[in-house]
Ligand binder design. Structure first.
Ligand code: GLU
Length: 468
């Protein structure tokens, strides 16, 4: 059997980390088993679905690298198919027209509440053979009246529902439009989905969906209802906790692989391994191993993982990400070697690519501004002779590399009988504008001789730093 999974978001809110984790589990399980992964946009709620939410789903999935083998399918483009199935069900008697009016149903409900019964449709029109003139009927599914439905959930274990508790679901409204739970059923059947992996807020829909699939003679898929992600304080994940569009994480400088790595560990583990490459996740993931306890979102751990992924990545693979962040700061660089060098020099000191870009401005601008505090502390009149000596020494070096710069500065420190820090700090402030940067030798090597000397000159002539 080929495994077929689907991610079926409703574009009524922006794709956030909860949805992304469901998508990841669906995608991983399909990849792990050599199966197929389908993307389906459940946009039948036309009032609440937005084009912006669809865009975030498609761009978010692309950014995360969760590529679909099929789709995106849109439910709103499948209405003819849903109508066809409804006609067939009416003919087969697994569905029926219901002419009950809203006031009648409201009155029924009130009576039930007054009797302390659970409000439900009692099947008034189940056996009606004649239409009621002047009323456009809805179509209801004829749910079995007796017996149980057992969801053999891969995460929760067996969950039993009584058919007597499930009333006859409306599958088409009076205007003929199909309803949500019914569309899901037709799609899962047509798309031959074998594993329905979704949030456990859908577990209560499952017995009805199983009954409908059975009525249609479809093979039942297996179900895995994955637990919710909660905020760090144990309440429902909200915007405040980071339940923002997944694209926000791109903006904030996270790597998609780091976010996926973070999400895979919510509810799933593999020994005590924390850091996973994409390939490692695929090799180790099994939906049967997901546990049912809700997990809390921990932004600190996500940051930690992001840095782990930055530190372990091939620098070249990070270049496009850093470039995108620099662009957000209005900076451009076509110099691949410089970008890779900056990544190597900065990745131990930044947790996100955004932070890395912000810390690295001075590599990519023509003019730097000296931070007044740093300049006052490290570039006072007493420091300038040292800066001049460094400038002289660096100008003379036959080869410009971190190793030669390192040797030259050390030599100078010995000659001047001073610590390397005393020399490095004024130079650092002069060339970066701040008191914090990667090691001075690496910084100068990357900056290049010309720009280094120009920035030292700017300080020495006490004029504002000129174009470097
Ligand atoms: N459209 C549903 C949602 O966005 C998912 C339904 C399903 O996976 O069956 O929550």
């Amino acid at each position: 059997m080929t495994v077929v999974t689907r991610f079926a978001p409703s574009p009524t809110g922006l794709l956030h980390v909860g949805g992304a984790r469901t998508a990841l589990f669906c995608w991983l399980y399909a990849r792990r088993t050599g199966g197929r992964f389908i993307l389906r946009i459940e946009d039948t709620d036309r009032e609440r679905s937005t084009a912006e939410a669809v865009r975030v789903i498609l761009e978010g999935m692309a950014w995360l690298g969760l590529d679909a083998d099929e789709g995106p399918y849109y439910q709103t483009q499948r209405f003819d198919r849903y109508r066809e199935i409804i006609r067939g069900m009416l003919q087969a008697g697994t569905a029926y027209h219901c002419y009950c009016t809203k006031p009648e149903l409201d009155a029924l409900r009130e009576r039930q509440i007054a009797r302390k019964e659970k409000p439900r449709y009692t099947g008034i029109c189940r056996d009606r053979s004649e239409p009621r003139p002047g009323i456009d009927p809805v179509v209801r599914f004829r749910n079995p009246l007796h017996g149980t439905v057992v969801v053999q959930d891969l995460v929760h274990g067996p969950v039993t529902f009584q058919n007597a508790e499930l009333d006859d679901l409306i599958i088409a409204r009076a205007d003929g439009t199909p309803t949500y739970n019914f569309c899901v059923v037709v799609d899962d059947m047509d798309m031959q989905v074998t594993h329905v992996i979704r949030g456990d807020d859908h577990l209560n829909n499952t017995p009805r969906q199983m009954n409908m699939l059975q009525a249609l003679g479809a093979t039942l898929p297996l179900y895995a209802h994955v637990p919710m992600i909660l905020g760090p304080d144990g309440t429902k994940l909200s915007k405040r906790h980071g339940a923002v569009s997944v694209l926000q994480y791109e903006e904030e400088g996270y790597l998609p692989d780091a976010l996926l790595n973070y999400l895979v560990r919510l509810g799933w583990s593999h020994g005590d391994q924390e850091v996973f490459t994409r390939a490692e996740m695929i090799a180790a993931f099994d939906i049967h191993d997901v546990n049912k306890a809700a997990s809390a979102f921990n932004p600190e751990k996500l940051l930690w993982l992001n840095q782990q992924h930055m530190v372990r990545a091939q620098p070249a693979t990070l270049v496009p990400h850093l470039r995108a962040q620099l662009r957000r700061l209005g900076l451009e660089s076509a110099d691949e070697r410089l970008l890779e060098g900056v990544i190597l020099a900065q990745r131990e000191r930044a947790k996100t690519l955004k932070e890395m870009a912000q810390n690295s401005r001075f590599f990519f601008v023509d003019r730097i501004e000296l931070e007044p505090k740093a300049a006052a502390k490290h570039l006072g009149a007493d420091a300038l002779p040292t800066v001049a000596r460094v400038r002289e020494r660096l100008a003379d070096m036959p080869e410009w590399s971190a190793a030669t710069i390192h040797a030259a500065l050390n030599e100078l420190a010995t000659q001047l009988n001073s610590g390397l820090g005393k020399i490095a700090q004024p130079v650092r402030v002069a060339v970066t504008g701040t008191a914090v940067s990667p090691p001075i030798d690496a910084t100068l090597a990357l900056l290049g001789r010309e720009r280094t000397l120009a920035r030292l000159d700017a300080v020495l002539t006490k004029s504002a730093p000129g174009p470097a």
